[in-house]
Ligand binder design. Structure first.
Ligand SMILES: [Fe+2]
Length: 363
């Protein structure tokens, strides 16, 4: 931000507008007629030199009440706000440039306020910074609206998350052999995403999708899901419909995460041999690539109706062997590292079930 040099907005220490400003009646009128904009100047010790009508209206103090008093003690609310104001002051002195910031303030009557302040250095004849001119607009209403929006979003997320958990329970009630499968996949996929330093939003999304990624199995006859033998190709073709069925269930729900697309892609493989659409790596979402690795490792390490559980070493061997072929190598490496370094095990995550506890992890 450009600074105003010595002949623009200098304020004399006696509290009067600089001689140059006095000559400019128009500017003086602007300063005084800005009834909803606070214009305050201080010296470098934060002593108030000028306080316009707007500042009187916003903070409730008359100019005569505050001239010569320390601004920081009068209008800044809380240590954080005072710290930020001092930080802005130090920045202006060292750079001789203006800055902008949002500061929490308090009126004479104790009302909490938020202002967006434009702070500009004032100079003497030798261009030394001798004070700061602050122009502020009241953004308290905007801040309240933002806060209300955040709370509404939080409630909405909780409702959606609750709905997702209910969905998960319905699936598991119908298909006891996969009870816990989705939850364990979700926990492993979340751990991989965290290990890869993905954003909080991505981690949240991956966890949620993991919890319901097999919802499409609801359209498959229960006898097929629990068949105690290997499936015929016709039966397996029915199973292969479940990503598409899951997509159809979720596609019209406007989740804050791309759940339907990730569900659709969770059985794709990066070399194009997956289903239902045979997508290749670049066309598969990162979240789906993580989910597919977690899904395979969990499925191999768990008991199935037609076979006993494989060891985790064998499950990890499967994804390692196909790293770069079926699965993204970075994701495989991240997954293997989690187990190798003891950062994750299904045993320690198996008991994580109380639903509200899981919701609190996310929100
Ligand atoms: Fe699946």
């Amino acid at each position: 931000m450009k600074s105003h040099k010595k002949d623009s907005n200098c304020i004399k220490k006696d509290g009067n507008i600089d001689q140059n400003m006095k000559k400019n009646k128009l500017l003086a009128n602007i300063l005084e007629s800005s009834s909803s904009v606070s214009i305050i100047s201080t010296d470098l010790n934060q002593n108030i030199l000028y306080w316009n009508t707007g500042a009187e209206n916003i903070f409730g103090y008359q100019a005569s009440d505050v001239i010569g008093k320390k601004k920081i003690q009068i209008i800044y609310d809380g240590q954080e706000s005072k710290k930020n104001a001092l930080k802005a002051k130090r920045q202006i002195i060292s750079t001789k440039e203006g800055t902008e910031c949002e500061l929490q303030q308090i009126s004479k009557s104790g009302k909490k306020l938020w202002s967006r302040m434009t702070l500009t250095p004032c100079f003497d004849e030798n261009e030394n910074v001798i004070g700061i001119l602050g122009i502020g607009i009241d953004i308290t209403q905007n801040k309240r609206s933002e806060q209300n929006l955040r709370e509404t979003m939080k409630k909405l997320k909780k409702t959606l998350t609750g709905m997702i958990y209910a969905t998960e329970l319905i699936i598991e009630t119908r298909d006891p052999y996969t009870a816990g499968h989705q939850r364990r996949v979700a926990m492993l996929a979340k751990a991989i995403a965290e290990n890869m330093n993905l954003t909080k939003q991505q981690v949240e999304c991956i966890y949620i999708v993991g919890m319901i990624h097999d919802i499409g199995k609801i359209s498959i006859p229960a006898e097929i899901l629990s068949m105690p033998r290997r499936l015929t190709s016709a039966e397996f073709n029915l199973i292969k419909n479940h990503p598409q069925s899951g997509y159809e269930i979720f596609k019209k729900i406007n989740f804050p995460w791309p759940i339907a697309d990730i569900v659709l892609q969770h059985h794709e493989r990066i070399n194009g041999t997956g289903y239902p659409n045979g997508l290749v790596g670049k066309d598969i979402m990162l979240e789906a690539k993580i989910l597919m690795v977690a899904d395979v490792v969990e499925a191999m390490a768990s008991h199935r109706p037609y076979r006993a559980a494989f060891s985790i070493t064998r499950a990890l061997g499967e994804v390692k062997q196909n790293s770069g072929i079926l699965y993204n190598p970075d994701i495989v490496d991240s997954c293997v590292e989690l187990f190798k370094k003891g950062k994750f095990s299904f045993d320690s995550n198996n008991s994580i079930s109380p639903l509200l506890k899981d919701i609190n992890v996310l929100l």
